[in-house]
Design a protein around this ligand. Structure first.
Ligand SMILES: [Zn+2]
Length: 85
């Protein structure tokens, strides 16, 4: 058995504010991935709005899933349970 101790080898890793950057799916630029970026995975509000616009007007389509919520068997209308004496 081999133990990977990668996490222990990180120097000075006491909750270091690590900035993760992802690629903005809209413009391809760098987008900050963190709680301070509320538009993630987009880089900015603009890119997010553009993408939302694409959703609303273009090819993206979310199939509406109809939930057939059948109520569980209704015994109240199917007769009374036999009374035991
Ligand atoms: Zn962008």
């Amino acid at each position: 058995m081999v133990f990977q101790t990668a996490f222990q080898n990180v120097p000075g890793s006491t909750m270091a504010a690590k900035v993760t950057k992802v690629r903005c799916p809209q413009c391809g630029g760098e987008a900050l991935w963190g709680p301070e970026n509320k538009y993630r995975p987009f880089c900015s509000e603009r890119c997010k709005l553009i993408d939302l616009g694409a959703w609303a007007s273009e090819t993206y389509r979310v199939p509406v899933q109809e939930e057939t919520a059948e109520p569980s068997a209704d015994f109240s209308t199917s007769g009374k349970p036999p009374l035991s004496k």
